[in-house]
Design a protein around this ligand. Sequence first.
Ligand code: ZN
Length: 554
Amino acid sequence: MGLLRLANGTVHDPANGVRGEIRDVWIDGGKVVAAPADPAAAVGRVVDCTGLVVMPGGVDMHAHIAGPKVNIARKLRPEDRRDHPPFHRTNLLRSGTLGSTPTTFATGYLYAGLGYTTVFDAAIPPLGARHAHEEFHDTPVIDKGFLVLVGNNHYALDQIGRGERDRLRAFLGWLLTASRGYGLKVVNPGGVEVWKQGHNGMAGLDDPVDGFNTTPRDIVREVARAADELRLPHAVHIHCNRLGMPGNWTTTLDTMRAVEGHRAHFTHIQFHSYGGGPDDQDTFRSRVPELADYVNTHPNLTVDVGQVLFGDTTSMTGDGPLGYYLHKVTGRKWFNGETECEAGCGIVPIEYKEKSVVNALQWAIGLEWYLLVTDPWRVAMSTDHPNGGSFLAYPEICALLMSRDYRRGVLKRLPQKVRERCSLADLDREYTLDEIAIVTRAGPARILGLTNKGHLGVGADADVTVYTPGADLKAMFELARYVFKAGELVVEQGEIRSVPFGPVLVTRPDFDRGVLPHVRDWFESAYSLAFENYPVGAEYATHGETEVRCGSAS
Ligand SMILES: [Zn+2]
């Protein structure tokens, strides 16, 4: 067995300053290695990449692909699968169904086909961790991990309300370890709990959370602080309060200030950037320029977009009150869920229409974010799959970012009011291939603190995507020429060639175990299961784990 040589490709590896240079990538044992002293003697297999574009494998930092909520969405929408032809079993592939919430096997195949090799589920209640790991077991090719919901966790809220910072930090460290999770997520912090108590769950940053002597502002600040003190690879991941509400941009800006200089990632920021009067769709407009200015001048902050694409999809969220709101607005069937002591959930089918001023503005507002954040390292591509659209829309977003003419062509079809209420028509910026490589792989890998992903330097995981460049940008990104996962050829011209299973990415921060008796007592009084039965055992990591060390993020 010699080395694998990807020869003479045009390499885009922005993390290592390689911007479209013709060079080789050498691979050995699943890792990128240095070129050998005697290439002729060392090479085992050569893949000719002449004329092709070589990038690290894609990294999706915010999607919903596993766990209770995704599975319920599959059950809620049989029509979604009837409308899309299924995968049939072959010698290599398992059968599966498609639509906005593909089955586990289909999810792995589809991501791999797009050239994505690492994907994070963004919202798992710790009590749903076992379920998420079970579905990861059946999700082929990609490496995967998840963020645990903590922004409405009763124990966490109680410690925040009491000013018990040390106990909060230790609990969150334990929770990540016990769930075999990767990062901390807050969803409508405090608001979901208020909603579960029967009140308005769309309240503002300083409204009280009854029974916990705290506010959303306190929760955001304290979890951000704990994530930094635990030295987690990824900052606190924030889904702000008042998602989707006209006028919510002030809440978003206040939340950016509320982290008080700690690292913070603001997710699906598109849904949080709206001007206009409360519940007044006639004044609905973009406030991206003001928010992007704030992000541009605060290097502690990063965002992913949550781009909306036109068409039918399924909204699914840990934001229970938002699910209720969407059900009222659309009149469509819905599911509402509760996870004891931890979280909520709402699922509603949704269709984004070109003719709708609000939907068309959401589409434009997402694109404004990509074009107004000056540093591409701090804005990651996402559709909040499947909330704004499927991850299968990423090639379409690449085309919209790289071609001003294509973008303007779509904008022209939309209601006139869209051009009046956002800045998109005035934005000339066109993304380069390097910038696409940043927002789809190098940037999200860095934001997540994945030191072995998103680049092709020596020691990186040999996850590599090779595209055929062409004038049709969407087609270029839809049909990967080759995809290598840990050095193994998994996709060739859009066809799956082999089906390895990637490990789960976890982090295990050091925490003060002295907190555990206190947590245990609380479990006895609050949960319907025993403390001892809560942690997820190693037997759930069936395809192995990769532990990303705390303190390794730059
Ligand atoms: Zn999400």
